[in-house]
Structures are given as structure tokens and as C-alpha cells.
Write a protein of this length. Structure first.
Length: 406
């Protein structure tokens, strides 16, 4: 089998539903972001073969830029056997190195292509993609909704979504919310997200204050590149930590895992380097008794399928993050569209990834722009016109609200 062509499908994506995570923060409101930041983009990749098998993949990590990267990589992949996945991944990695160390853009490009290659291999063998490397250990996975609780504790709203919730403690969160949510019959996770980020000292103090609530984890408590800061929090508080959504490849996730700075690793299925890298990251984590919860956030539905296949084939799967009440066009973007039942998603049975995009629907939403705006008044994270309008790490002046409740 030979690769004959690689094509990209880039689309503008509306903001999640008004009550969903990210509907009023860095992505801005739908109307606001459509004109300024472009909210989200989804980039899908199709790899075509001379045997008529077509593979589908998805890239995150700045999709508009990655589209160009995929088109560059296309040149070295035409004529290659798509089933030689590891060799082609290494070839892509070597080709990108001329630009320096690979970040999420390069890894995002490799991710979409790698995902499509696993789709092709599954279709060629007649197996679901996960079966190609490990078989299947489970048939369904818990999906973790991200209800909007920003600034207010709404335990009743969280319970609508089942027995798990993640409270995105963003800017504007007021003290006392966790106290009212905790102690119930659900697992609670808190995502400090950023930017702006807490300092390690403040994050450690917050983590200690949250010890009594038996959190499943605190996610991204500080800037992702401050690994020594993670160690400080680790030493100061007995609260599970999760991180890794902004890293890519085994090299990006390695220190979080090998230094056991987290209890849950969260590689992003669209930019971690593909299924090839995700399963290696999962194996590294397994050796350190670390669970895997693939990051989703702004990801589209094709990557969600890839995450399901990964989770079904590894022993240390925790759950799949997802925005339950996402943009209404999400369901029309792919066929079939996964629907969670009682908080669980079914692992597809069709050969390969088991999903395709509706190309005509995708073409109706051309990309406009795709950056994050930090000055949405609704977010409260930055105050337009003040000194902290654009900072990476926010000092106590603003973040002190966490501790005072004011
Ligand atoms: Mg997160």
C-alpha cells in the first residue's frame, strides 16, 4: 500500500453552549470571538492510499499554522507505506528538527497524520485501531463534563452531569465555593488552568486548604514550564496533581512522569504527537503508577475517537475529558457522532477509528482567526486597562481573592 495524497480540512468552530466551560473566558463569547479571536478552529487530515483506503486524523496546537506544516510534511510521505507508522513518525520528527525542538505545532502536525495512519492500518486489517496494538480492555469510558461553575458554586448543576465534575477555578472564583461543593457523592477536580498562573507558593497554600475535600486532583496549579514549582507543591500538600495538556511527545511529558510530579498525566490527543506517542506516554506513566486522562478542551470529535481507542487499550486509563454541551455544529461535523449515555462513551466497533467527517459541513465554516483573547471582561482574569492586563504569572494582588474570598 502507498500513500497517494494528504489533504487538510480546516474549519471555524463556534463557542460551546452558554453554560459550558470556555463559553465566557479566554475564548470569549461567540459573538465577541468570531470577530476578534476566531474562537476555536478544528483541523482534520485525510491520508489517501492507492488501495482506496482513506485515513482520518485531527490536529490541535494552533490549527491554522499546523495546516501549513501538514502540507510541508506531505512531500516526504507520498509514496510511503502507511502501515510503517513508527518509521514514518521518526521521519517526520527528523524533518521538523531543522526548525528547532518540536513544540505543539510540529507535534500537532505529526499527530493528525499519525492518527490517520492508525485509522488506515485498522481499516486494512479489519480491526478497530486500538486492537492493532493492544486489543481492548474496556468497552466504554467515563466522560468528564466541565460545567460552568466559574465564580459560583453550583453543586446541583454539576450533579446533572453524573458523578464526576471538574470545577474550572478561573479567575473570578470566590472563596467558599469548594467548601459548598465538597463532601458530596461525586469526584471533584479543580483546574487552575491559566494564564495568568499562580505562583508556586500560592498554589501550595491553595492545595493545603483543599486537602480536606478529597479532590480527585488539582489540574495545572502553576505554569506548565515550572517543574520545580510542581515539586514545591508536591512537598507542601497531600493533594493529587494533574498536568501535561500543553506538552507534546514523550520528551515533553517525560519530566512530569519520571519525577512523579503528577498523579494524572493529561496529554492532548490532538497535539501530543499522535496515537504512537500517546501509547508511549501511557506506558511511561504506567511504570510510575500514574493514570492517563487525555485532555480535550478545544478538540474536535475525531480526536475524541482516537482518545477512546487509546483509553480502551491501556491499563491506566482514568477518563476522557469532554465538553458535553459543546457547539451545536459538533454533532454534524462527524459521522457517527459519539453520544455519552449516563456519563459514558462507547468505544466504536468499526474498523480503524470508526469515524469520518462531513466534508460539505466542514466547508461551510471557513477559518477566520485562532488566538486567545485575554481581555474578555467576563473572564475576570485580566482587568483591561490595568497593569495586569497581560501577564503570564499573576501575583497576589489579584489572586489574593482566592484566599480572602473577596
Ligand atoms: Mg486543563
Amino acid at each position: 500500500m502507498k500513500i497517494t495524497d494528504i489533504r487538510t480540512f480546516l474549519m471555524h468552530v463556534g463557542a460551546p453552549a452558554p453554560k459550558a466551560w470556555a463559553s465566557d473566558n479566554a475564548f470569549g463569547t461567540q459573538a465577541y470571538s468570531a470577530g476578534i479571536t476566531g474562537t476555536r478552529n478544528w483541523l482534520f487530515v485525510k491520508v489517501y492510499t492507492d488501495e482506496g483506503i482513506v485515513g482520518i486524523g485531527e490536529c490541535s496546537g494552533w490549527p491554522r499554522v499546523i495546516e501549513t506544516a501538514v502540507q510541508d510534511l506531505r512531500r516526504i510521505l507520498i509514496g510511503e507505506d502507511p502501515t510503517h507508522i513508527e518509521r514514518l513518525w521518526q521521519r517526520m520528527m527528523s524533518a521538523i528538527m531543522v526548525h528547532g525542538m518540536t513544540g505543539t505545532v510540529g507535534a500537532g502536525a505529526m499527530t493528525g497524520i499519525d492518527m490517520a495512519l492508525w485509522d488506515i492500518k485498522g481499516k486494512a486489517l479489519g480491526f478497530r485501531s486500538g486492537t492493532c496494538w493492544a486489543g481492548r480492555s474496556a468497552t466504554r469510558f467515563a466522560s468528564t463534563p466541565m460545567p460552568t461553575l466559574r465564580g459560583r458554586a453550583r453543586p446541583e448543576g454539576a450533579r446533572r452531569h453524573g458523578d464526576q465534575m471538574r470545577w474550572c477555578v478561573g479567575p473570578g472564583a470566590q472563596g467558599g465555593g469548594v467548601a459548598r461543593c465538597g463532601g458530596g457523592d461525586m469526584d471533584i477536580m479543580i483546574d487552575l488552568h491559566g494564564p495568568p498562573w499562580l505562583t508556586p507558593g500560592d498554589a501550595a497554600r491553595l492545595a493545603r486548604a483543599l486537602e480536606p475535600f478529597n479532590l480527585l486532583f488539582i489540574e495545572d496549579p502553576i505554569a506548565p514550564d515550572n517543574l520545580d514549582g510542581y515539586k514545591r507543591i508536591r512537598d507542601a500538600a497531600h493533594v493529587p496533581l494533574a498536568a501535561g495538556e500543553r506538552m507534546s511527545t514523550i520528551f515533553g511529558e517525560r519530566d512530569l512522569i519520571e519525577r512523579e510530579l503528577v498523579d494524572v498525566i493529561q496529554p492532548d490527543t490532538g497535539r501530543a504527537g499522535g496515537i504512537t506517542q500517546m501509547k508511549k506516554i501511557a506506558a511511561m506513566a504506567e511504570a510510575h503508577h500514574i493514570m492517563v486522562a487525555p485532555h480535550s478542551g478545544s478538540l474536535g470529535p475525531v480526536a475524541e475517537y482516537a482518545a477512546l481507542h487509546l483509553l480502551a487499550a491501556i491499563p491506566n486509563a482514568l477518563f476522557l475529558e469532554r465538553i458535553e454541551d459543546d457547539w451545536e455544529g459538533r454533532a454534524q461535523t462527524v459521522v457517527p457522532h459519539p453520544v455519552s449515555v449516563d456519563g459514558f462513551l462507547q468505544v466504536p466497533d468499526a474498523p480503524g477509528l470508526g469515524v469520518d467527517i462531513d466534508e460539505a459541513f466542514v466547508a461551510r465554516f471557513p477559518s477566520q482567526a485562532n488566538i486567545s483573547s485575554q481581555v474578555s471582561a467576563a473572564s475576570g482574569s485580566y482587568v483591561p486597562g490595568t497593569h495586569d492586563e497581560n501577564v503570564y504569572v499573576q501575583t497576589r494582588l489579584q489572586r489574593g481573592r482566592y484566599f480572602t474570598g473577596r
